[in-house]
Design a protein around this ligand. Structure first.
Ligand code: CU
Length: 424
């Protein structure tokens, strides 16, 4: 798979009926083009930085060499080009995304429009190939009446709220569109891949009076489907859901996001507990489809063995700090040996949630506050709610070098809530 991507300024209509907005875009679109690859593919991305500032592309969740990871250590200068080259690992089929990760400017550049989805396909996918697939890249933004982005001075009161909470917007975007309509046939089952590309917003998704089958998350499919009526998706997490057309032909339903309290009381938005509409799901007027048979077993997710862990790392999340420190590009915070397995214990010391992301490696969550999680899956980002502790196990099988771990609330990350793992 070979593709060219250029990040450059563009002017696009993001607000329906409103004035256009000056954005940054990959190949002229927000989100950028969806990259579809297969396990085993060698991927070559010819990237050109058409911005007037340094940038990178980070392939969020993809297991690849450290120098292809697009971390802040590998900035691409304005006007420069760079080829990202990596091979998609076996067993990593799933939904991923790409976005800039330059030092201190990730939030700004993603907010300006630089983000896109990656779909990794499994040549032996256990779900029926006949299922209609939909990709929903969720984002939110805030605009002035003239169409420009509302990016307050960091030292202003509004800027300080954005810094504390992470920047949220009142305009919810699905694939860059406000309140789009998706169509499903009565009886049909669709496979939805959902990416939370928001800077800070956590979604609690539901379609009133119906359930989903949750079949996968960050690193691909579960062993078995799990039936849910709502699902929490922290920023930068992904899920795969099976959605059934349960309405009568011609009827409509709404995918909504329910209130989710991730805030400290001092800066909790006044309308935090409002239910927001995300998209309209319209049931086609065509006759119902016959039910499709879904597999009860999806795949094996082999457990990582806790008896093999050679270290347990405690990573403490403070407000803006990891283990009491802000990011230093010249410091190594955690040194680990290539080929070893470790347990990481992420403890959130403060009164708001922090979604924790480890670059380059998938992990398996073991427990939350000591309570084992109900089923195994591969994750690269895990929300750590206020005052909670999450433990995960990770195998550093290959790819030496320096890897970032950080809070994925973009203002927190940019302000230094990040550390460096060195594998050698
Ligand atoms: Cu944070």
């Amino acid at each position: 798979m070979e593709v060219s991507l250029t990040a450059a300024p563009a002017r696009l209509a993001l607000m329906p009926g409103g004035p256009a907005t000056d954005v940054f875009a990959y190949n002229g679109s927000v989100p950028g083009p969806t990259l579809v690859v297969r396990e085993g593919d060698r991927v070559i991305i010819h990237f050109h930085n058409g911005l007037s500032e340094p940038t990178t592309i980070h392939w969020h969740g993809v297991h690849l060499p450290a120098d292809a990871d697009g971390s802040p250590l590998y900035a691409i200068a304005p006007g420069a080009s760079h080829d990202y080259v990596f091979t998609i690992g076996a067993g990593t089929a799933g939904t991923y995304w790409y976005h800039p990760h330059p030092d201190g400017r990730s939030g700004y550049q993603i907010t300006k429009g630089l983000y896109g989805a990656i779909i990794v396909r499994d040549p032996h996918d256990p779900l029926p190939a006949t299922l209609t697939e939909k990709l929903l890249v969720l984002s939110d933004n805030r605009f002035h009446p003239d169409g420009s982005l509302d990016l307050p001075d960091p030292d202003s009161p509004a800027g300080r709220v954005d810094m504390e909470n992470g920047r949220e917007g009142d305009v919810l975007l699905v694939n860059g569109q406000v309140m789009p309509t998706l169509t499903i046939r009565a009886g049909e089952v669709q496979r939805w891949r959902i990416v939370n590309a928001s800077a800070a917003r956590v979604y609690r998704l539901t379609i009133p009076s119906q359930t989903f089958l949750h079949v996968g998350n960050d690193g691909g499919l579960f062993e078995r489907p799990v039936e849910l009526s709502e699902i929490v998706l922290a920023n930068s997490e992904r899920v795969e859901l099976l959605v059934r057309g349960s309405g009568a032909p011609g009827s409509q339903a709404t995918l909504q996001t329910l209130a989710y309290d991730r805030y400290i009381p001092q800066t909790r938005p006044a309308d935090w507990n409002r239910t927001r509409d995300v998209l309209t799901l319209r049931t086609a007027t065509t006759p119902p489809l016959a039910p499709v048979t879904l597999p009860a077993r999806l795949r094996i997710v082999p457990p990582l063995d806790t008896a093999r862990a050679v270290a347990t790392r405690v990573i403490s999340l403070g407000q803006g700090l990891i283990n009491g420190k802000t990011m230093d590009m010249t410091r190594v915070d955690v040194s680990a040996r290539l080929g070893t397995t470790e347990i990481w214990e992420i403890e959130n010391l403060v009164g708001m949630d922090h979604p924790f992301h480890l670059h380059g490696f998938h992990f398996q969550v073991l427990d939350r506050n000591g309570v084992p999680v109900p089923y195994r899956s591969w994750k690269d980002t895990i929300n750590v709610p206020r005052h909670e502790t999450v433990r995960f196990i990770v195998a550093f099988d290959d790819y030496p070098g320096k890897w970032m771990f950080h809070c994925h609330i973009l203002t927190h990350e940019d302000e230094g809530m990040m550390g460096i793992l060195e594998l050698k």
